[in-house]
Design a protein around this ligand. Structure first.
Ligand SMILES: C[S@@+](CC[C@H](N)C(=O)[O-])C[C@H]1O[C@@H](n2cnc3c(N)ncnc32)[C@H](O)[C@@H]1O
Ligand SMILES: CC(C)=CCC/C(C)=C/CC/C(C)=C/C(=O)O
Length: 308
């Protein structure tokens, strides 16, 4: 991710989706009876999505809203912009960490949200386990929104094969959504949520299209999120972006030129995965596990009976 201010200026599609998803799913959150809810947002970035769309839906006397991100620069930027807001703080946190989570965060949240972050992570199971552990032992819920597929990943793949850019993109697979090539992202993610211990799972896969109005709009969005630009000498950025646009236009055929031949639009068909799930209360979880093991034993006994 590149400069927080650049990202905040070029995140229209992320903002649009966050606002739309929260309008549809906010009512699913199970707020605490005492209203003293704590929410953690994962992959908060520059903070405007958290503060403009999530912060306003918190209960009146909520206890805390914590933005988190693996990028220290993003958290410093968000801190500078929003630290005056009540009960709001920002933490550096790698949601895919295999290390121990910060002790003061484990089991500390009633709700975890994440918007346009989890497709940056290959180890989805580790991220889900960490999200599960960050929720309270007495239960909580999460709303996770990220890209299952996006043409940008196909562009990255093609660019990584070119002699010019391959030296900077040898690890391109790290930046392609782990569900981009999945035949059934919804089933795959539902299975991962179940295996992590989540219940009341609702996973939706939303087919969407975003239209980038003009070449500079597209290039600004690429500059804001493309992880390879930081590795390429500044003097070659324009060449990279031109090759990016050429692939979009000619290889993927996603450019539309208006009749007058001047205005270019770039069409981005993508699939957004939206997952809501609950972490059951400890006792409920124990009962769930007991039911699962009893059912498994019953199944084995039935199989043995049929064999004999
Ligand atoms: C596209 S931005 C999304 C920001 C904001 N949620 C929004 O919707 O505009 C993705 C963010 O995820 C962060 N990110 C990437 N990998 C992460 C990880 N392993 N743990 C936490 N944050 C991560 C990036 O640093 C970046 O700020
Ligand atoms: C036409 C086309 C290929 C558009 C894609 C533009 C673009 C830069 C999409 C970024 C998707 C992404 C990884 C967003 C994010 O993580 O916030």
């Amino acid at each position: 991710m590149n400069q927080a201010c650049l990202y905040q200026r070029a995140n229209e599609v992320q903002r649009y989706d966050a606002e739309e998803i929260l309008q549809e799913y906010a009512e699913k959150f199970e707020w605490r009876h005492d209203g003293l809810d704590c929410l953690l947002d994962v992959g908060t970035g520059s903070g405007d999505v958290l503060m403009d769309f999530i912060y306003p839906i918190m209960p009146k006397q909520f206890q805390s809203v914590v933005g988190s991100d693996v990028s220290r620069k993003m958290m410093q930027f968000a801190e500078k912009c929003y630290s005056r807001e009540k009960q709001c703080s920002f933490r550096v946190l790698d949601i895919a960490t295999k290390d121990k989570l910060p002790e003061d965060m484990v089991g500390g949240f009633d709700h975890v949200t994440s918007f346009y972050c989890l497709h940056w992570i290959q180890n989805q199971r580790q991220a889900l386990q960490n999200i599960y552990d960050l929720l309270r032992p007495e239960g909580g819920d999460c709303l996770l929104v990220f890209l299952a597929t996006n043409p940008v990943f196909d562009v990255y793949k093609l660019l990584s094969k070119s002699t010019q850019w391959s030296p900077y993109m040898k690890d391109v697979h790290r930046f392609i959504s782990p569900l981009h090539y999945s035949s059934d992202p919804k089933m795959e993610y539902t299975k991962m949520l179940k295996e992590t211990g989540f219940t009341d799972i609702q996973v939706d896969l939303k087919e969407k299209v975003y239209i980038y109005e003009g070449l500079e709009t597209l290039k600004d969005n690429v500059k804001a999120v493309c992880p390879f630009l930081d590795r390429i000498p500044l003097s070659r950025h324009n060449a990279f972006l031109d090759d990016f646009v050429n692939i979009v236009s000619h290889d993927l055929d996603l450019r539309h030129i208006e009749a007058n031949g001047e205005i270019q639009k770039f069409i981005s068909p993508y699939k957004l995965l939206v997952a809501y799930a609950k972490k059951p209360a400890l006792i409920e979880n124990l009962l769930n596990n007991l039911i699962i093991s009893v059912e498994a034993e019953a199944g084995e006994a039935e199989e043995k009976k049929n064999i004999n």
